[in-house]
Design a protein around this ligand. Structure first.
Ligand code: GLV
Length: 298
């Protein structure tokens, strides 16, 4: 079988190439764009250019080197019926759980208040609320959200998740979430979901963490909710445009903590193993998980 790798980072493409050759010794593996037209049976990648789909017109499936496939589904040359398989966890869940725990812990333990005290050279104990009354809401219920819940539970936090199949009403979910973690795919349904109306449903002083995609949040509405004092702040790892434009108000906003899309990076080791295993099974007609439902968008 002929496998084509396409990655925006040359170094990552090289690693995927080496690993796939090792894991599937009977396969031929090439790196885009060094490939003849119509050569590949399967392609693996992150943000492939549209030329790849035009040139590789015999693809049987595309394996995403990321969990989120929103970029891929927006590719204008993506063939309509081409099966897409996304990464499932592959070491991302634990990273995301740690990232969220750090941020939740910082809020719960009032670390910003302690920092202010430090700068005022004040020594004083600040009371935290009962953990059992401090509910963290996770918008999303996939494999990554489940790892976040696991992490929070192991530290004694209460959590609740919300997804399209939830029976809990959205208003109830939001109004009881002291911290709201966004961990859902970007789809037509979730695009701009967190707007002024939905931020207003959160309790006063709530904190928002976005580890999903920037498109879930209406930036101006988030800023307004913080500026009015309704929200206490936000930790943002993802943005509508990445890298975030230099002129964006998020950069210097005192209530925003930002990281450059690093809450869960694709780990080449577990990811290549997962994709090789799925490729092998798929090519033999055996069932695999992670097949993207184009209608749902994930
Ligand atoms: C990263 O954002 C991913 O979707 O894996």
């Amino acid at each position: 079988m002929n496998i084509l790798i396409s990655h925006t980072h040359a170094q990552s493409a090289k690693r995927w190439h080496e690993e796939m050759l090792m894991l599937l010794p009977n396969a031929s593996v090439k790196v885009w764009p060094d490939v003849e037209q119509g050569w590949a049976d399967y392609a693996i990648g992150w943000q492939p250019p549209k030329e790849l789909f035009i040139s590789q017109n015999k693809l049987k499936a595309f394996f995403s080197a990321a969990a989120g496939v929103d970029h891929l589904l927006k590719n204008p040359a993506l063939p309509k019926g081409l099966p897409i398989i996304r990464l499932e966890d592959a070491g991302m869940g634990l990273q995301m759980a740690e990232y969220c725990l750090l941020e939740v812990g910082r809020q719960y333990h009032r670390r910003d208040d302690y920092l202010a005290q430090q700068h005022a050279q004040t020594w004083g104990f600040l009371k935290s609320e009962k953990r059992s009354e401090y509910v963290v809401g996770i918008f999303g219920a996939g494999v990554l959200a489940k790892e976040i819940v696991k992490g929070l539970t192991s530290f004694g936090y209460r959590s609740q998740t919300y997804s399209r199949s939830s029976t809990q009403a959205l208003a109830d979910f939001l109004s009881t979430s002291r911290v709201l973690i966004l961990c859902a795919p970007l789809t037509p349904e979730t695009q701009d979901y967190f707007n002024a109306e939905r931020f207003a449903m959160l309790p006063k002083g709530a904190y928002v963490i976005n580890v999903a995609r920037g498109g879930l949040v209406v930036d101006d509405d988030l800023l307004a909710a913080m500026d009015s004092g309704h929200l206490s702040g936000a930790t943002l790892d993802v943005f509508r445009e990445e890298p975030l434009p230099k002129t964006h108000r998020f950069w210097l906003h005192p209530k925003i903590r930002m990281t450059p899309h690093v809450s869960a990076v694709t780990l080449i080791g577990p990811s290549t193993k997962q994709v090789a295993m799925k490729l092998d099974r798929y090519s033999k007609g055996e069932p695999i998980t992670g097949l993207v439902d184009r209608k749902k968008g994930y």
